[in-house]
Design a protein around this ligand. Structure first.
Ligand code: ARG
Ligand code: ZN
Length: 867
């Protein structure tokens, strides 16, 4: 029906090293919003004797002049760049281009956010700044001169060290930055604006003093302190856990309002979405604090996993992203309740990545082809890629893994390498054969493992038999069995039902074949297996536990992750299979009454599986049935333990605002109590929420109350929303929460409300955070209303996708994800979703960012029907 060939596809198998290298790069920016002049000096060296044709990438550039060694060369320009003919072996090029940052709504290349010039070059956007060899394996030294109006742009920043600055005529000034490390152009950054800063310093393990600056708009600078603490903590953590020391004397972070993703690890000049820097108790929730900590660490860790050792090409993206996600998660586990952090990260993986792996955009951790590389900044590359590194650590053991990462950083420092190089080092150091393990990089799809257990009382043997199935994906039908590390324990009830014996302590079972049995000896009596503990492999594990066994694991599993997972399995059986909720409810009652030292863990045990998780557990999705049954179970939990929820709620009231794992746990638990109480729709509980909303001295408590009220059809909801708007109208980050809460409401007029909110003066379609909060909040997080059987949600999402595509294709491509799994929904939704997709694909001038997923989704019917 549709043909990807109409948009050019890039293949991993076509990789060729560059025939040219850039020995040195000097660039000058004369900044002005509508007309910025970029003068670049390249020293080019031709490696290939035969090729005299140099092609430089360049998009949306106005070429002013080009000179090769004092002469105008023979050249031609097309939509993708500049061809220069008959070039000698070594030569200098001077190219002047003109760009218009003020007109840039794509937020890539050089653009302006609230009067601040800033850049985003990853993946292939340096080519929107100047003609260049825009590929990560071309690395060079940069010297950058920035010229700008001094009053409007007093702060001028780029990568590396400041080597010169001074005043110029006409109220202008300049700064020259020089980066002593070779880098690919995707790590280039420039910032110019009227920014405030906070400064601190860090003394590295070899006693070097590093100056740390965080820049933001003046009115926000008071909110940057927490991010600074995270930065210092990350720097220390990387020294202690990976032996990685920071390598320059300066590290800068800049926070801007309009940013397409979370943040960017440009060498020594990280640029952040303000959402991941600014935090104080009045305006940021505990989740915001946690996100700031995570993203600051993630970007800092890239200095080694990404910058010092970078990617050969964009098919290797997970080399830096998967590894950095794993490093970031380990950092978070060290600083928080490790088990709860793991539980929540696995929820993200199951809710998002599993769906991706089962949908039309399914791709391996190392993809084989792409149309738009932007579409591959995915949960698979990031999160599944992180899981793959985690499995390597599990298989090798912590010590060997650390030796291997040391060797990796040492061996490939300053180079652009592949995921294969990474696994090679793991192999070299561990002396293990990891060839089968590499399938995790080349085969897409979430493996399914079906396990059964049998106890032989005569021989005192327990046999665990496991079968693995790697499902077909659009890119590959028949797959080979993977190497899957399944951390396993065998448990048994003792003294009736009141405690657990660890019959077999944790051990890592390596599943290698399609079908394999594992024998455990000297097992005195029948046991209950606890499998894939800590979620040791990113798989769907089935074991036909009885209700009793699940209840036992839910109460006693010695692995917190599996304990919580047993609860999710029980709740899923009630929601999806109509099992009675009597015993589960009893267990919930016990959890409510038990004393817990980790209140975040207690909260997790009380949580129902998400609708998205439930969607991933079935073949054909019946939205109403799942949503209604889940809500019924929620109400039933609320009703049956009304007094306990209230008692627990009251015991947790406090006016402590500190951000610490303990206080955060208390607030989370209090929030879930309030949600259950308010769901009962009784006046005293609505009043309780209003009271919390009014008394709240931190954003977490305020948002918890508002979101509990947001599903009630009450005057109190309307009033609280109005008060919140009144108070926070001028704080864009806070208003995003207000948008998100309303977008996710279960109330039937939610779509109309979302459309009304889009007209508000403080909603901006050009701001990605606004779009993700309101439009994304509705389309991808409100399963009940988005999938309304009228199809109006689908129609709305298609409208938004088309409008956004003109402004910012990357943002649009994120919104369109909500329609891609159309084939898994029962009629009539399936047809309505297909209609919305068809409407999108028929639009003229659709970006390749949106074209790629939509055409794959529509094509999928022909090549690939889920078995
Ligand atoms: N490297 C950045 C990070 O993971 C993300 C950049 C995404 N940019 C993009 N154009 N897709 O921290
Ligand atoms: Zn990253």
């Amino acid at each position: 029906m549709t043909n990807l060939a109409t948009k050019r596809e890039t293949f991993l198998k076509d990789y060729q090293p560059s025939a040219f290298v850039i020995e040195k790069f000097d660039v000058e920016f004369d900044l002005s919003p509508e007309k910025t002049l970029v003068t670049s000096h390249l020293l080019v060296h031709r490696l290939d004797k035969t090729s005299q044709h140099l092609f430089l990438d360049g998009k949306q550039l106005k070429l002013i002049s080009i000179v090769l060694e004092e002469k105008v060369p023979k050249f031609s320009q097309d939509d993708d760049g500049l061809h220069i003919f008959n070039v000698p072996e070594v030569f200098s090029l001077k190219i002047v281009t003109e760009i218009n940052p003020a007109a840039n709504t794509e937020l890539t290349g050089l653009y302006i956010s609230n009067n601040i010039f800033c850049t985003q070059c990853e993946a292939e956007y340096f080519r929107k700044i100047t003609f260049f060899l825009d590929r990560p394996d071309v690395m060079t030294f940069y010297q950058v001169k920035i010229i700008a109006d001094k009053q409007a742009y007093p702060v001028l920043l780029s990568n590396g060290d400041l080597v010169e600055e001074g005043d110029l005529p006409d109220g202008k000034h300049f700064a020259v930055w020089s980066d002593p490390f070779k880098k690919p152009c995707y790590l280039f950054a420039l910032v110019a604006g009227d920014l405030a800063k906070i400064t601190d310093y860090f003394v590295t393990m070899s006693d070097r003093r590093v100056t740390l600056n965080i820049f933001s708009e003046k009115q926000n600078i008071e909110r940057c302190g927490f991010a600074m603490l995270s930065l210092k903590k990350s720097m220390r953590w990387d020294e202690e856990n990976y032996g990685r020391e920071y390598d320059l004397n300066i590290f800068n972070i800049v926070a801007v309002n309009d940013f397409i993703f979370g943040a960017m690890e440009n060498k020594s000049l990280n640029i952040f979405n303000a959402k991941y820097i600014l935090a104080n108790p009045e305006t940021a929730t505990d989740q915001d604090y946690a996100d700031v900590d995570t993203v600051v660490a993630h970007e800092y860790f890239h200095n080694w996993s990404g910058n010092r050792v970078t990617c050969r090409d964009w098919f290797q993206l997970s080399l830096k992203e998967g590894f950095t996600v794993f490093r970031e998660q380990s950092y978070d586990e060290d600083n928080n309740s490790a088990v709860v952090h793991r539980i929540r990260k696995v929820q993200d993986l199951r809710n998002g990545q599993f769906a991706e792996d089962a949908g039309p955009m399914a791709h391996p951790v190392q993809p084989k082809s792409y149309v738009a590389i932007d579409n591959f900044y995915t949960r698979t590359i990031y999160n599944k890629g992180g899981e793959v590194v985690r499995m390597l650590k599990t298989i090798l053991g912590a010590d060997v893994f650390r030796q291997a990462t040391d060797r990796y950083f040492e061996k490939f420092d300053g180079q652009a390498v592949t995921t294969n190089d990474f696994v090679d080092v793991m192999e070299e150091v561990s002396k293990r054969d990891l060839s089968q393990f590499r399938l995790w990089y080349s085969q897409a799809g979430t493996p399914v493992v079906n396990a059964t257990g049998a106890y032989d009382s005569l021989n005192k043997i327990y046999t665990l038999t496991m079968e693995q199935i790697v499902p077909p994906t659009a890119d590959m039908q028949n797959k080979q069995p993977m190497l899957i590390p399944i951390v396993t324990s065998l448990l048994r009830k003792i003294r009736g039902d009141t405690a657990v014996a660890l019959v077999e302590p944790e051990k890592t079972v390596l599943l290698e074949s399609n079908l394999q049995s594992f024998i455990f000896d000297n097992i005195e009596a029948d046991v209950i297996p606890s499998l894939n503990r800590h979620f040791s492999a990113p798989i769907k594990l089935n074991f036909s536990y009885t209700e009793d066994e699940l209840l036992f694991l839910f109460k006693y599993d010695t692995d917190g992750f599996n304990r919580c997972d047993a609860g999710q399995r029980l709740a899923s059986k009630i929601i999806l299979e109509g099992m009675t909720d009597e015993h589960y409810s009893h267990a919930i009652g016990e959890i409510l009454r038990q004393p817990f030292s980790d209140l975040s863990m207690q909260t997790e045990l009380l949580q129902l599986p998400s609708e998205k998780y439930l969607h991933e557990s079935v073949e054909m999705i019946n939205v109403d049935k799942i949503s209604t049954a889940r809500w019924q179970l929620f109400l039933s939990n609320a009703m049956q333990h009304e007094a306990a929820w209230l008692k627990l709620y009251e015991s947790l009231v406090s006016n402590e605002n500190a951000y610490s794992p303990e206080e955060m746990g208390r607030r989370r638990l209090q929030a879930i109590c309030l949600h259950h109480l308010v769901a009962l729709n009784k006046k005293p509980y609505i009043d309780l929420a209003v009271k919390q909303f009014k008394a709240a001295s931190n954003m977490t408590d305020s948002i918890a109350a508002l979101s509990a009220l947001s599903h009630t059809d009450t005057l109190e909801r309307v009033e609280a929303l109005a008060q919140f708007q009144d108070r926070w109208q001028h704080e864009p980050l806070v208003m995003n929460k207000w948008f998100m809460i309303q977008a996710q409401s279960r109330l039937p007029d939610t779509l109309e409300n979302v459309q009304r909110l889009m007209q508000q003066p403080f909603f901006h379609l050009k701001n990605p955070n606004n779009v993700y909060a309101l439009i994304g909040g509705f389309c991808s997080s409100n399963m009940l209303n988005f999938h309304h059987v009228s199809g109006e949600g689908y129609h709305f999402s298609a409208e938004c996708v088309l409008t956004l595509d003109v402004i910012n294709p990357m943002v649009s491509a994120r919104i369109v994800e909500c329609l891609l799994a159309w084939q898994r929904f029962a009629a009539p939704r399936k047809d309505l979703m297909q209609k919305a997709l068809t409407r999108i694909i028929s639009a003229p001038n659709l970006s390749k960012n949106v074209y790629e997923p939509v055409s794959k989704a529509l094509d999928m019917e022909e090549h690939h029907v889920r078995s």
